[in-house]
Design a protein around this ligand. Structure first.
Ligand SMILES: *Cc1c(COP(=O)(O)O)cnc(C)c1O
Length: 406
């Protein structure tokens, strides 16, 4: 497949150029300018010998859509351009990508080290599914780097990291833990969904495999599910083999939606994180707010690590209100420019309490042990005008105050 985005000149292009041109092929059918949606379960060959060679992988081409599809491959090539990866493989959801990469590299007797604050579904894989395959899992306190290093040295086949975390925005020092993992020969996997490739490039920090929920910022419009894994071809070929057999393939229509979304990723992220910073700073001044989590605030305990390994602080902010769930129940319905929903990373601003969204599977005691109080609200900042979002939040807090006084 010929790509426009090959060569050292393109490697030097900025992120906003790579999102648009990365992985884009030349010579589409009918001279189309856009990646075609190839809705064909199988591909037909007149030459039986050529067909055989393609099936063996000795000639390029497509056989059956579970194995590979031109639209899905265009998306995989685009992610490679963004993460500066050799190879990528797409899945039907973020969880399909995460579970597949873990099942590819883990088996009976192996040990995973990770942190308590991983995404809820990932945490279920660790606590519910891997142990029954005979994989031992150890989950450390998320921001306790010494504890994670100690656990790695005790035995580790896979180190699984996620930073910033959901919903408390803790930051993990990737380079530091990669060093510990490499000293014992462990494979390092990082979930880069919250940061996006524009703000953080884990492969350049020594991580072996990067996973994404493309459902979030990559697609960016809250209208499609997808997941991706990228890294060295020697590793990705094993993940691709698992996908071929396991079958959690991405649909070509969904692949097209994600390709289209990625083209505006740089514009969206720039606007979203500029607003997120303003909103976080405003929340610090709001008397009804007890605490604010945003890695772009100098007050954030790991702000220096964030400055070191990220080029932007992202579009997710969380905060705790005084009065817990009673305050949350009054505040959220007052917001004009917000969905109250369980997803994130869309063009619209989205608010959600951790109790109902990221940690709905946990008991109150488990949430409190993770430092998630009942008054914790996550904001996924959208692309609306910053002033409108700030004014909306201000009028909602004013309404809470009126109700509390009245
Ligand atoms: C949403 C999310 C996932 C899971 O992705 P799905 O596309 O919903 O399966 C994994 N990791 C993080 C950080 C997420 O936010």
């Amino acid at each position: 497949m010929k790509h426009r985005s090959i060569g050292s000149e393109f490697d030097k292009a900025g992120a906003g150029t790579k999102t648009v041109w990365g992985g884009e092929q030349v010579n589409h059918p009918y001279n189309a300018t856009q990646v075609p949606i190839v809705a064909s379960a199988a591909h037909s060959y007149d030459d039986v010998d050529h067909w055989y060679n393609v099936a063996l992988g000795d000639a390029s081409g497509f056989i059956y859509s579970r194995m590979g599809n031109p639209t899905v491959e265009a998306l995989e090539a685009k992610l490679c351009a963004l993460e500066d990866a050799q190879s990528a493989v797409a899945f039907s959801s973020g969880m399909a990508a995460i579970s597949s990469v873990l099942y590819t590299f883990l088996s009976n007797g192996k040990r995973v080290v990770s942190t308590k604050d991983s995404y809820g579904g990932t945490n279920k894989i660790f606590e519910e599914f891997l142990p029954r395959m005979g994989v031992s899992v150890y989950l450390c306190e998320t921001a306790d780097h010494e504890a994670i290093e100690r656990e790695i040295v005790r035995g580790c086949d896979v180190l699984y990291l996620e930073t910033p975390t959901n919903p408390t925005l803790k930051i993990i020092d990737i380079k530091r833990l990669v060093k510990a993992a490499q000293s014992v020969g462990a494979l390092v996997i990082a979930d880069n969904t919250f940061a996006t490739p524009l703000n953080q490039q884990p492969l350049s920090l020594g991580v072996d495999l990067v996973v994404h929920s493309a459902t979030k910022f990559l697609s960016g419009h809250g209208d499609v599910l997808g997941g991706l894994v990228c890294g060295r071809e020697a590793l990705i070929s094993q993940v691709r083999h698992y996908r071929e057999i396991n079958g959690a393939t991405l649909d070509p229509f969904a692949a097209y939606m994600i390709i289209r979304g990625i083209k505006t990723l740089a514009l969206r992220i720039r606007q979203q994180q500029a607003s997120a910073q303003m909103i976080a700073e405003f929340l610090l001044t709001e008397p009804l707010v007890a605490s604010v989590n945003y890695p772009g605030l100098p007050e954030h305990p790991n702000h220096p690590i964030a400055c070191e390994q990220m080029t932007g602080f992202g579009a997710i902010v969380s905060f705790v209100v005084h009065g817990g769930m009673d305050t949350v129940k009054v505040l959220l319905p007052q917001l004009q420019y917000a969905h109250c929903a369980g997803n994130l990373g869309a063009v619209e601003t989205i608010y959600g309490p951790a109790r109902t969204t990221s940690h709905v599977e946990n008991t109150l005691e488990e949430r409190l042990a993770l430092g998630i109080s009942e008054g914790l609200v996550r904001i996924s900042v959208g692309i609306e005008e910053t002033d409108d979002l700030l004014n909306d939040l201000k009028q909602a807090f004013a309404a809470v105050r009126r109700q509390q006084q009245g």
